[in-house]
Ligand binder design. Structure first.
Ligand code: ZN
Length: 394
């Protein structure tokens, strides 16, 4: 959809930031690892003969502007990217060809990224936007989603992409990772614990006031590598021995501890679901824990955005005598547009039609709207009608 601006220079004047880049050439190699296992490698190269320009305005989002006549070639680039289905690799290729790569490319060598890393980078962006939206839902917050997205963002491995001699990295969530890094230096106080007559000791806890643990259970968990892996041993160690750590860090540790030890331990967590090892005890997902989770989710969103807002410079535009921001990579421009989202005013939702997956924006008060378009709403009604008919026929 092309929208032409009569006064194109006004568009730049009103934009909060701009970003200049190049279209790219993108090829995809398929590597057969073993029968049924295929890996796709994106190979991207900048087309320096085809410059492109982006601008951001709160009401239009990030748009790509034609350098020829100033018209808007594509609006809301963030939504276009987030609406690509994970399995539609070809559409990612098209996205890079039109908008260039996430990171600035140097020289004429291909930069390579495998499909899993690419999907993780986009997955983090999707999860951040959805989490922001879930946190701000007025009427009914979906705490299961908030839990899944928060854990996935916190626990997923960091992706590194090397371009020339620069390494670009996704968020590491430094507060938590630094705490776990120093965890081994925090003394284990278990020999000094004051226990009651049943060898139960008390831990200060900002969610519940305090919690109790049996000394033998604690020592078993700490020493038996078959029960707890290294990561969760560190979480446990920090929870028991570092009650006075930084407030945000303490809350993260407490939430992780209570989710893992009270709701249920899990082997892994994707953006879709937590893979619990046994039936989770949802009764333990109570109001105090939900409240604390919400605080942690806010910290996680802030860390995701802050760590991706690199290479942003203030710039004084002498032609219009106004300050503006200049951004040096598409990934920063995308996160900058997430940064400017105002979840108090509007929400970005995923269309409730499972076959659609589009992201759309609604005002926070019209929170009933579940579908991106009348077509999707109709399809949902038809599907429900057909499903009812089928079950009636049985
Ligand atoms: Zn839809």
């Amino acid at each position: 959809m092309k929208k032409s601006f009569e006064k194109s220079e006004n568009f730049y004047q009103e934009s909060l930031f701009t970003f200049s880049s190049y279209k790219s050439y993108c090829a995809i190699d398929t590597i057969n690892i073993e029968i049924g296992e295929v890996k796709k490698i994106f190979k991207v190269n900048s087309l320096t003969s085809e410059p492109i320009k982006f601008a951001f305005q709160p009401k239009d989002g990030l748009v790509r502007v034609s350098l020829k006549n100033g018209s808007v070639e594509e609006s809301n680039i963030l939504s276009s990217l987030l609406s690509i289905k994970d399995n539609n690799i070809e559409n990612y290729r098209k996205f890079f060809e039109k908008n260039g790569f996430f990171y600035p490319l140097k020289g004429d060598k291909y930069v390579e990224i495998d499909d899993n890393s690419l999907l993780l980078i986009v997955g983090r962006m999707k999860a951040t936007v959805e989490l922001m939206s879930q946190i701000s839902e007025v009427q009914r917050k979906n705490y299961d989603r908030i839990l899944t997205l928060t854990l996935a963002l916190l626990l997923k491995p960091q992706i590194e992409i090397k371009i020339g001699d620069h390494v670009y990295k996704t968020s590491k969530h430094e507060k938590l990772s630094n705490e776990l890094l120093i965890a081994s230096n925090i003394a284990d106080n278990s020999f000094n614990f004051k226990t009651d007559e049943n060898y139960v000791f008390t831990i200060k806890d900002s969610i519940y006031g305090y919690s109790k643990m049996h000394l033998d259970v604690y020592r078993n968990l700490k020493t038996d590598e078959l029960i707890l892996d290294n990561f969760w041993r560190k979480v446990l160690h920090s929870y028991v021995n570092h009650e006075d750590s930084d407030k945000d860090v303490r809350l993260m540790i407490e939430v992780l501890y209570h989710v893992y030890f009270n709701i249920g331990n899990f082997s892994s967590c994707s953006f879709e679901k937590i893979n619990f090892s046994e039936n989770p005890k949802w009764d333990n997902f109570d109001e105090p824990l939900k409240h604390a989770l919400l605080e942690v989710a806010k910290i996680v969103v802030a860390e995701e955005i802050n760590s991706s807002l690199t290479g942003i410079f203030p710039e004084y535009d002498s032609s219009i005598m106004e300050p503006r921001w200049r951004v040096d990579s598409l990934i920063s421009a995308l996160y900058f547009s997430i940064f400017y989202m105002k979840p108090n005013i509007e929400l970005t939702r995923i269309c409730a039609n499972p076959r659609c997956g589009n992201y759309f924006t609604i005002s926070r008060t019209s929170s009933k709207k579940k579908y991106c378009s009348p077509q999707c709403a109709n399809r949902a009604i038809q599907n429900r009608y057909r499903a009812n008919k089928k079950s009636a026929e049985k």
